[in-house]
Design a protein around this ligand. Sequence first.
Ligand SMILES: [Zn+2]
Length: 446
Amino acid sequence: MARKILCTGAILLVIALFAGSAWLLLTPRWVYQVSVEGSPVGMVKSLEEYKQIIEDIQSRAEKQWECDLIMNEEIAATRVRMWSPQLSPASVRAGIEAAATYQTKGWAIVINGDTVAIVDREQTAKDILEEVKARYLSQNKNCSLVSVNLQEAVSIESAAVTPDSLMDKEAVLAMLVCGQEEITSYVVQRGDTLSGISRSHNVSLATLRDANAIAGDTIQVGQVLSLQSSKALLHVKTVEEVAVTETIARAVKYKANPDKTVRADKVAEAGSDGKRAVTYRVVKVNGNEISRKQVAAEVTKEPQAKVIMTGIGYWPTRPKGMFRFPVNGGTISSRFGEPRSYGPHRGVDIANPRGTPIYAAASGTVTAKTRGSSYGRYIVIQHANGYSTLYAHLSEFAGSLRVGSSVVRGQVIGRVGNSGRSSGPHLHWEVRRYGEALNPLNFFGN
Ligand SMILES: [Zn+2]
């Protein structure tokens, strides 16, 4: 009896084992087929395995790019029923890795509608714009900032980008503010490197490689590289108030020395310069001053005039009459009466370096201070008793001189020059009486 039972049990076991194997062989199994963009790359046994593979690939890529990534390709796992499925997790992994491309979230700096740079974080973009502005703020403690603005329309916008388009902060800063000059080419010198040239010319490595069809970093001495240097993309307009102390130059007053034997000019009073506190409103664009307006000024110290007693002048000949010589020294280069195209020379030419002071030959009133085609800049002074003197070819007039001004003998009225019809710096000096030209040298003796 016991034997029969045992036998039946064994038979049942064999049947069960057989049925189990048949079940396995005849019944399909559930597995997951993985596809990239619709093309199958292999099969895995579970959804967990599939997810683990995706996670591994993603985290490895994120580690490499150092940012959060989104895979562009559509990866799918489909549950399928199969008899004897060939599981191939390794080829699933390889298939996905080979096909995967990524994008990441970046922040674009948009200037006047154009995206000029992409950085990883919104804060980085904000920091960059603040640093561009800060770069042009004056460190001078006498300056107070009124306003700072970017002249361009600038916005920061979120963008989906490929991870290799992210730029680092320093590169973006350099691109935004540098490269005012446009340099078109550069000849490679011994010791140059591509990255060195990139830095010194503010051209990105990518631009250099693109512009010159260079794949790696190899350049040769003498090679002419074209540089597409970036111009400043942002213009920072600053308005500052600047407080400065300015010197007020002392005026110079001339007084005729009553002692007619004194030749030299003599300083009677040295005087002193004054001072004023001035505030300017200064507008700059990228640090270059474009306007300066005085908004406040206060004299803090009044200037005291310098007073000069004018002597009769240094000329080897002594004055016989009312006139002192109009310059201290020089050479007579043309005398009175010498033939000229218009007739006899009406005055005397005294050659002197440009800028030599010209003195009023006698006290009187300025009746002309003007410019003519022949005389150039010239002055006429009317003196007593019908006399007048004329001084021509001046380089400049004394600043205070006006028609109608009174001048004293020895007062500086202008400077020797070469204006008008003149072949070198000299003073053309005329003396007239009631309009008739007289020989100026007749007023001097040995
Ligand atoms: Zn002349």
